[in-house]
Write a protein that binds this ligand. Structure first.
Ligand code: GMT
Length: 375
């Protein structure tokens, strides 16, 4: 059994979810897991004798204009590596987490291997910024092993950073014990959704890249041909613009803004279709969550989305900004019960077959073994 440190951004977000779920599943297998994060990861919702949490404390010294998160993290990592004799430090995000891990490895006396997982935002947002390019490249090249959540992200990383490093794809996964469909007609009723109305759902952090306006415009077209409601789950910078657009399009009684929600699988259980029309998406974990709850998805043909949705089988792919096609596919599907059932089943089967947590956790385990045997 191994001793594994895990660092991620603990707040809401796909990378934090994956890091935490991975830690919990590894702990179930008997590994000792040490989360080194700035607060308790939001998904870490149960106690476990094999899980430890080491908080990165941010002190506000008057001499610093900003509290130095990166240095505080590196120093905490080094302390935990030595005290707990970690075998592996698995960090999510090249910048800043891989950089902090490399610094911690240099400071610590105990030998530790660094595994870095790229989730996208570090590459597609920070990678564009020349200030960070060399830093990201360094973080990746100095890691003992690097994974990315899709082939598309690897391609992008290699192209952007001219990197000399093997990067392995390890896809994302969901916790199947949490993400499954339940019959919950009362929830539909509680939200004032009629039985015959179809439910379309979108879940995101409302960042610009998620193109919430495209989702709303698409729904505007759909609801003219299909009795339906749109559930918008999440919060973020585009929230106000989204509420304004809904009002402008007179959709107030058909669009429900539910904000941040915890029991996503309950909301997916009452949903018929998921829309994710982002302009950047390295994987789209929310798609997998939906598919696991038997919800087919319509997504843009960008980033890693085509590695998750099989066009015509588990949902549909449309070009970025092609809202007519997104609406047309939605209307056809929602008005054809047989097709909807077929795609829902396919989506579920695809999620279970290609992204099952057992399979993905094994891939991480094999990678850890490989890295440790390269001594
Ligand atoms: O999508 C976001 O804005 C959050 C971001 C994150 O860091 O959690 O998500 C990224 O990682 C997820 C988990 O691997 C992926 O499913 C998302 O596609 C990816 N987001 C982007 O690439 C924009």
């Amino acid at each position: 059994m191994k001793k594994i440190g895990i660092t991620c951004y603990p707040s809401v977000g796909g990378s934090g979810v994956i890091a935490t779920e991975l830690g919990m599943l590894l702990a179930d297998q008997g590994h000792e897991i040490h989360f080194i994060t700035s607060s308790v990861p939001f998904r870490l919702n149960r106690i476990h004798p094999k899980i430890y949490y080491h908080e990165v404390e941010l002190n506000h010294y008057p001499v610093f204009q900003y509290p130095p998160y990166d240095l505080a993290l590196a120093s905490r990592m080094a302390e935990v590596i030595d005290r707990e004799k970690l075998d592996i430090l698995h960090v999510h995000y090249a910048v800043p987490h891989a950089i902090c891990a490399i610094l911690a490895r240099d400071i610590a006396e105990h030998d530790v291997k660094i595994v870095t997982t790229l989730h996208g935002t570090d590459i597609t947002v920070l990678g564009i910024d020349n200030t960070f390019k060399k830093m990201i490249k360094y973080g990746i090249e100095q890691s003992d092993a690097v994974t990315a959540v899709s082939h598309s992200l690897i391609k992008q990383t290699l192209e952007m950073l001219q990197i000399n490093k093997d990067i392995a794809v390890i896809y994302n996964f969901v916790n199947e014990k949490e993400y499954f469909k339940e019959e919950l007609p009362s929830i539909k009723e509680q939200y004032g959704i009629k039985n015959e109305e179809k439910v379309i759902i979108h879940i995101s952090n409302f960042r610009k890249v998620k193109r919430i306006q495209d989702v709303i415009h698409t729904f505007h077209k759909i609801q003219r041909h299909c009795k339906s409601k749109l559930l918008l789950i999440g919060d973020g910078p585009e929230y106000s613009a989204a509420t304004q657009l809904v009002a402008d399009l007179n959709l107030d009684d058909k669009v429900l803004f539910l904000g941040k929600q915890k029991n996503i699988s309950d909301l997916l259980s009452i949903s018929d279709l998921k829309l994710l029309l982002s302009e950047k998406e390295s994987f789209g974990l929310v798609l997998l969550e939906a598919m696991s709850c038997e919800v087919p998805c319509i997504g843009t043909n960008v980033g890693g989305i085509p590695e998750v949705i099989i066009h015509g089988e588990t949902g549909y792919l449309v070009d970025l900004g092609d809202l007519d096609s997104a609406a047309e596919y939605s209307i056809q599907l929602l008005n054809d019960e047989q097709k909807l059932k077929e795609l829902s089943e396919n989506a579920y089967n695809h999620a279970r077959k290609h992204f099952h947590s057992n399979n993905i956790v094994n891939q991480y385990n094999e990678l850890y073994d490989k890295v440790l045997s390269n001594n």
